[in-house]
Each structure stands twice: as structure tokens, then as C-alpha cells.
Design a protein around this ligand. Structure first.
Ligand SMILES: *[C@@H]1O[C@H](CO)[C@@H](O)[C@H](O)[C@H]1NC(C)=O
Ligand SMILES: *[C@@H]1O[C@H](CO)[C@@H](O)[C@H](O)[C@H]1NC(C)=O
Ligand SMILES: *[C@@H]1O[C@H](CO)[C@@H](O)[C@H](O)[C@H]1NC(C)=O
Ligand SMILES: *[C@@H]1O[C@H](CO)[C@@H](O)[C@H](O)[C@H]1NC(C)=O
Ligand SMILES: *[C@@H]1O[C@H](CO)[C@@H](O)[C@H](O)[C@H]1NC(C)=O
Ligand SMILES: *[C@@H]1O[C@H](CO)[C@@H](O)[C@H](O)[C@H]1NC(C)=O
Ligand SMILES: *[C@@H]1O[C@H](CO)[C@@H](O)[C@H](O)[C@H]1NC(C)=O
Ligand SMILES: *[C@@H]1O[C@H](CO)[C@@H](O)[C@H](O)[C@H]1NC(C)=O
Length: 466
């Protein structure tokens, strides 16, 4: 059952059915019903406005009369136009502005102007077995659409936290019945201890400003027919420094104490939250004297050059707009562990170098073990050697480094090599992978020893290449 059905006179059966339905729904059956979708209609100046009306009745009708009246507050209602059946009788004064097409009771106003604002009354009369009447009233408003607001901020150069105030003004060129709303990050702002609104809400006053007031502000201007939001504006608020802290890329930090191995160069980084960015300065304190040693957020301390083992430093952060500053003290301790290591090795070992050294040692040990097993029992070897011509033996002996002990040859050379001193020395000596000299020496030493044992020369070259 569409609402359009109300417009046409019902036939008897349908009319009775409708009436019963009305009784059920509304408890009354007036016979004629006039309805409007909305009792308030907002129109835009210069455009057409359509006032829809629906009506229905339940008795046979001979004549259908529709009348439109207009009234403003405190004035007499004016006749606009009327119709009987399908013929329209307009008021000649307004005939170019108002249009109706009976039996459709809806009214078209074109063009809508500010004087057209007021109440429109529609009255429907049905002539049949007696006369039925019903009317409705529609309030019409007329507005100009809102143009995009522009926000001006004072002072435009910004304000210092807790000292300065800030005023945001929303300006709109076009639009009637404007209402203003301020948004921060897209959400409405409400009056608070630091937010104040002008009576119209078109001005927002922040007194005093704080760091929390930094954000994306916009002004929303609206009226019954439109709404527009300004571009986002970000007030400049100077604050800080806050949360000053010092960090380093190396070393161990416990509270304000950095523990660093001797020989390491450490980079300290001083940071604090502020706007505009702080200027940083670094101060070293020794024996009651203080020196400004550097300006800027970073300080490099080469601990080799630090004469004292413990040095106090201060990082000072200064905001030249807010005029506030903060400083943090810290102590750098050059550890003796680092010193011992330095004395022992001269250079610090990288983990990779240590692994390389140990691997090399293991490989060499395995090779030697293998060779050892291969020449066991050495008596066989000894007999072999004894069986050779003495010239050959002497040649070998020269390389063995032994003067006269014939029985000692060969075996001791191999056994003696991976001894305790060899174990401890090998990793550290072979470590600096960059030069690799020690490692190379080790290789060639072993190789030579083996090379000068005549018979076994070619047996295990692969192992030593590793
Ligand atoms: C009345 O006429 C308008 C056009 O002027 C139309 O949009 C509307 O649907 C009509 N109403 C009915 C109830 O037919
Ligand atoms: C209206 O129309 C009805 C029939 O549809 C007719 O009987 C009646 O005379 C008409 N009224 C006028 C004023 O034309
Ligand atoms: C007209 O109305 C009278 C009383 O209101 C009623 O008795 C009569 O039946 C009605 N006639 C029609 C055709 O509805
Ligand atoms: C900021 O506003 C407060 C209160 O509205 C006022 O007392 C103060 O003088 C203002 N400060 C400045 C710098 O305008
Ligand atoms: C101003 O805004 C406040 C809330 O932001 C609202 O309660 C008040 O009605 C507004 N006043 C006007 C005149 O729009
Ligand atoms: C504020 O606006 C800027 C640019 O207009 C945007 O990048 C930023 O994400 C916005 N911040 C928030 C919290 O909406
Ligand atoms: C450091 O200064 C304090 C007082 O300012 C003084 O008592 C102390 O003797 C000074 N120490 C040295 C090493 O100068
Ligand atoms: C404040 O410090 C900034 C650097 O952080 C510098 O660019 C600016 O010129 C300084 N302003 C004044 C007034 O000293």
C-alpha cells in the first residue's frame, strides 16, 4: 500500500478496507487524511523548493478542492493558489512563483527567495456525501549555503608554552544562520579550563597554551542547508626541553654511569623533546674545573686519550625561544678490564678472528694426530731411516734441527708441535685476520717439517691447505 494511493478516491471495497485499517492503526476513521513527509523544509535561496503532500479519502467524491495559504509570524495568512478537480486558480500576484498540478496537492516554489520563508498551509476539501476537510502546515526556511571557512591564528608566529595565549578565528564569507564548531584532530572541542569560545563560537581562545594544544585544528561552519570545514591549521607552540637523556652507542649504562673498555671510542647522544630543537652543549668536569668541550647533540670520547679513569660530563640542552634549559650529568668509567686486555693483546680481538684461530688450530691438530698415528710405531720409521744412506739422513737431520741424536729424528718433531705453549699461542697469534701473517707462518712451518721427511711428502697436502 503506497502513499500514492491516498491521492485517488478509493472504490467502495478498498475504501472500507482502508477505513478498517485506519481504525486498527489510529483508532479513528476521519475519511480524509492529509500527510506531509516533513513539517520543516530547508530551502536554498534561488533554487526551486518542492513541498510534497499526500492525501486520501474513503467516500465517493464529486469535487476535490486544494488550497495553499502562506503566513508569516504576526501577519494575516495570504492566499497563494487553489484548485477544484483539475483546474487551478492562482493568486495573480504570485502566479509565476507557485505551481500545483491537481489532483497532486504538492506545491512547487520556484525560485525560492528570503521573503518566501514562513509557514505554508495546505487545505484539502472533499465534496461527496457531505464535505470532508483536512489541512497541514509546513515551515519553510531559506538559506544561502556556507562557503569554505578560513581560520586565522593570532599570533601567527606562535606562542610560548604557559606564557602565551592563542586565538583562532573562523571566517566565512557566504552563508546564513551560521553555526561554528571547532575540531581538533576531527573531534569537537569543548569548553575547558584553557579553551574559551566567543558567544557565536566563531572564535576559540586558548589561554595559556601548552604542549598538549599542539594539533590539527579546523573550523566547521554549518547551517540548515550545508556545512563546510576549513583547512587544517597547526598552531606553533614553543615548549621544552623535556625528558633530557644521554645515550651511547657502546659501553654499559647503569644509571648515570657509563662503563667503557679502554681503547674504545664512544659516541654519546644527548636528546630532549622541545620546539624549536634545543641547542646542546657538553661540559667536562675535572678537578673542580669545567670546560665546555663541544656544541651539538653528539659527543665522541676517545677513551684511549682519557687520562683519568673516571670523568664527569654534563649535557646541557637549551631552548632559545622558551628560554628554558635542562642538564644531565653522567660519569664515564674506563674499566681496568679493558686495560688488561690491552696489555695482553695490544689489540682487541674480534669474535670472527677468534673463531678463525680456533678452527685453524683444530684442523692442524687433527692433521698432526693423523700423521702421528700414521708413523706409529716409530721404530719402523727409525729402521727405515737407519736403512737409508747416511747422506739422505743427514739432509733430513739438517732440517730437523737436531745435532746428533739419530733416534730422535722425525717423531719428536711432530709430537712436540701441538704442546701447551703452542696451544695457547696459536689462536692469539693467528688472529688478526687482516694481516694473516702469523697464520701463514704456522702453515709454512708445518709444511716444511713434513716436506723434509722424504717418503711421506705427498701424502696429506689437502689437510694442510685448509
Ligand atoms: C506530485 O508531483 C510531483 C512532481 O511535480 C511528483 O514528483 C510526485 O510524485 C507527485 N505526487 C504524487 C502523490 O503523485
Ligand atoms: C469534478 O469532477 C467530478 C467528477 O469527477 C464532477 O462531478 C464535478 O462536477 C467536477 N467539479 C467541477 C467544479 O468541475
Ligand atoms: C451519506 O451519509 C448519510 C449520513 O451521514 C448516510 O446515511 C448515507 O448512507 C451516505 N451515503 C452514501 C452513498 O455513502
Ligand atoms: C593570556 O590570557 C590571560 C587570561 O586570559 C591574560 O591574563 C594574559 O595576560 C594573557 N597573556 C598574553 C601574553 O596575552
Ligand atoms: C558553542 O559551542 C558549544 C560547544 O562547543 C555549544 O554547547 C554551544 O551551543 C555553541 N554555541 C553556539 C552559539 O553555537
Ligand atoms: C595532522 O595533519 C598532518 C598534515 O595535514 C598529518 O600529516 C597528520 O597526520 C595529522 N595528525 C593527526 C593526528 O591527525
Ligand atoms: C673543589 O672545590 C671545593 C669547594 O668549591 C673545595 O672544597 C675543594 O677543595 C676543591 N677541590 C679541588 C681538588 O680543587
Ligand atoms: C635558536 O636556535 C636555533 C637552532 O636551534 C637557531 O636556528 C636560531 O637562530 C636561534 N634563535 C635565536 C633567536 O637565537
Amino acid at each position: 500500500m503506497g502513499q500514492d494511493a491516498f491521492m485517488e478516491p478509493f472504490n467502495d471495497t478498498l475504501g472500507v478496507f482502508q477505513c478498517k485499517l485506519y481504525l486498527l492503526l489510529f483508532g479513528a476513521c476521519s475519511g480524509l487524511k492529509v500527510t506531509v513527509p516533513s513539517h520543516t523544509v530547508h530551502g536554498i535561496r534561488g533554487q526551486a523548493l518542492y513541498l510534497p503532500v499526500h492525501y486520501g479519502f474513503h467516500t465517493p467524491a464529486s469535487d476535490i478542492q486544494i488550497i495553499w495559504l502562506f503566513e508569516r509570524p504576526h501577519t494575516m495568512p495570504k492566499y497563494l493558489l487553489g484548485s477544484v478537480n483539475k483546474s487551478v486558480v492562482p493568486d495573480l500576484e504570485y502566479q509565476h512563483k507557485f505551481t500545483m498540478m491537481p489532483p497532486n496537492a504538492s506545491l512547487l516554489i520556484n525560485p525560492l527567495q528570503f521573503p518566501d520563508e514562513g509557514n505554508y498551509i495546505v487545505k484539502v476539501n472533499i465534496q461527496g456525501n457531505g464535505t470532508l476537510s483536512a489541512s497541514q502546515k509546513i515551515q519553510v526556511t531559506v538559506d544561502d549555503p556556507v562557503t569554505k571557512p578560513v581560520v586565522q591564528i593570532h599570533p601567527p608566529s606562535g606562542a610560548v608554552e604557559y606564557v602565551g595565549n592563542m586565538t583562532l578565528m573562523c571566517q566565512v564569507e557566504g552563508g546564513t544562520r551560521l553555526a561554528y564548531q571547532w575540531l581538533k584532530h576531527g573531534r569537537p572541542i569543548h569548553t575547558s579550563s584553557t579553551y574559551f569560545f566567543s558567544p557565536q563560537n566563531n572564535t576559540l581562545h586558548i589561554a595559556p597554551v601548552t604542549k598538549e594544544d599542539i594539533g590539527n585544528y579546523s573550523c566547521l561552519a554549518k547551517n540548515p542547508v550545508s556545512e563546510m570545514e576549513s583547512d587544517i591549521i597547526m598552531p606553533i607552540i614553543y615548549y621544552g626541553p623535556y625528558g633530557l637523556q644521554v645515550n651511547s652507542d657502546k659501553g654499559l649504562k647503569v644509571g648515570e654511569v657509563f662503563t667503557v673498555d679502554l681503547g674504545e671510542a664512544i659516541l654519546f647522544d644527548c636528546s630532549a623533546d622541545s620546539y624549536p630543537p634545543n641547542t646542546y652543549s657538553w661540559i667536562r668536569r675535572t678537578d673542580n674545573t669545567t670546560y665546555i668541550i663541544k656544541h651539538g647533540p653528539r659527543l665522541e670520547v676517545a677513551s684511549e686519550k682519557v687520562a683519568q679513569k673516571t670523568t664527569d660530563y654534563v649535557c646541557c640542552a637549551y631552548n632559545n625561544i622558551t628560554g628554558r634549559q635542562d642538564e644531565t650529568r653522567f660519569t664515564v668509567i674506563i674499566t681496568s678490564v679493558g686495560l688488561e686486555k690491552l696489555a695482553q693483546k695490544g689489540k682487541s680481538l674480534s669474535p670472527l678472528a677468534s673463531i678463525t684461530g680456533i678452527s685453524l688450530f683444530l684442523i692442524v691438530s687433527m692433521c698432526l694426530t693423523f700423521l702421528w698415528k700414521k708413523y706409529q710405531p716409530y721404530k719402523v720409521l727409525k729402521q727405515k731411516l737407519e736403512g737409508r744412506p747416511e747422506t739422505e739422513y743427514r739432509k733430513a737431520q739438517t732440517f730437523s734441527g737436531h745435532e746428533d741424536a739419530l733416534d730422535d729424528f722425525g717423531v719428536y718433531e711432530f709430537v712436540a708441535f701441538p704442546d701447551a705453549s703452542g696451544v695457547s699461542r696459536m689462536p692469539s697469534r693467528s688472529v688478526p685476520a687482516s694481516d694473516g701473517v702469523s697464520g701463514q707462518d704456522l702453515h709454512s712451518t708445518i709444511y716444511e717439517v713434513i716436506q723434509h721427511i722424504p717418503a711421506q711428502q705427498q701424502d696429506h697436502p689437502d689437510c694442510l691447505k685448509a
